[in-house]
Design a protein around this ligand. Structure first.
Ligand SMILES: [Zn+2]
Length: 227
C-alpha cells in the first residue's frame, strides 16, 4: 500500500457514500495538496504543520498506510488547523488571548504548540465536545449489532478523544464514521425494531456534520477577513 493507492481508495469511497461521510471525505481530500511529506508508521499517526512566510502552511502526515480510517483521522487534523488556525484546536475561539509568538524550528514546525494550545482552548468547548463523545459512547455500548472487538475499538477511540477533546474530538468522530461504513453499517433492508447501530450511525453522522459545518463556516470567515 502506498499513499496514491490510499487516496484513490478514498476517492472511490467518496463516490460510494452520501451524507455527512461524503462531506468529510470531500473536506479531507481537499487538504491533501497541502501535505508535502507522507510518512508510513506502524501505530498511531500525526499531522504536523510547517509554518512558512506569507501565511503559507504545509503539512507532514504520519499514518498507517492502507488504513483509511487512520488516514481520515490525520487529515482531519489538517482540516481543523486550516479551518480554525488555532494550533490544531478542534473548535473556534474568538476571545482575545495573550498568546506567545510561535517558536519555529528550521522546517517551520512549532516548538511551543502545547503552550499555545493550552492558552487557546476553552473549558466550556472542551466540555461540550466531551459530552458529544460521551453520548456516542452510550449508543455504542447499547448496540447489540457490533461485535465486542468493534465496540472496544470505538470506545477506546472515544475515550482517547475525551482525554484531549480540544485536539481529538472531530478527528475521532470522523474516524469512527469511516469504520462503521467499512464494517457495513448502517443495517439496510427491513427490520421491525430499528437496529441500535443505526441510531448510533445517525447520531454520529449528525455530530460529524455539525462539526464539519462549523469548520466550513470558520474557513469562510477567515477568507473574508483576508480580503
Ligand atoms: Zn489525532
Amino acid at each position: 500500500m502506498n499513499v496514491e493507492q490510499d487516496l484513490a481508495k478514498l476517492r472511490r469511497l467518496n463516490s460510494m457514500v452520501n451524507g455527512p461521510l461524503k462531506l468529510v471525505i470531500n473536506e479531507v481530500l481537499a487538504v491533501t495538496p497541502l501535505v508535502i511529506d507522507w510518512i508510513n508508521v506502524q501505530t498511531s499517526g500525526s499531522a504536523v504543520c510547517r509554518y512558512k512566510p506569507d501565511n503559507v502552511r504545509q503539512y507532514e502526515v504520519r499514518y498507517q498506510f492502507g488504513n483509511i480510517g487512520n488516514l481520515v483521522h490525520e487529515l482531519t487534523h489538517v482540516a481543523v488547523n486550516e479551518s480554525y488556525n488555532l494550533d490544531f484546536i478542534n473548535y473556534p475561539n474568538r476571545t482575545s488571548i495573550d498568546l506567545p509568538d510561535r517558536e519555529l524550528d528550521i522546517l517551520g514546525r512549532c516548538k511551543n504548540e502545547d503552550l499555545r494550545q493550552t492558552k487557546q482552548m476553552s473549558q466550556s468547548m472542551n466540555t461540550a465536545k466531551s459530552d458529544i463523545l460521551m453520548r456516542i459512547k452510550g449508543w455504542t455500548d447499547a448496540s447489540t449489532e457490533l461485535s465486542p472487538a468493534q465496540k472496544s475499538d470505538i470506545s477506546n477511540k472515544l475515550i482517547y478523544g475525551m482525554i484531549n477533546p480540544h485536539k481529538e474530538s472531530d478527528t475521532v468522530l470522523n474516524q469512527i464514521l469511516v469504520w462503521l461504513f467499512e464494517w457495513g453499517f448502517p443495517v439496510t433492508g427491513q427490520y421491525i425494531n430499528k437496529p441500535v447501530v443505526n441510531a448510533l450511525y445517525e447520531e454520529l453522522s449528525t455530530a460529524v456534520k455539525t462539526a464539519h459545518l462549523e469548520r466550513k463556516n470558520s474557513r469562510l470567515r477567515n477568507k473574508i477577513r483576508e480580503k
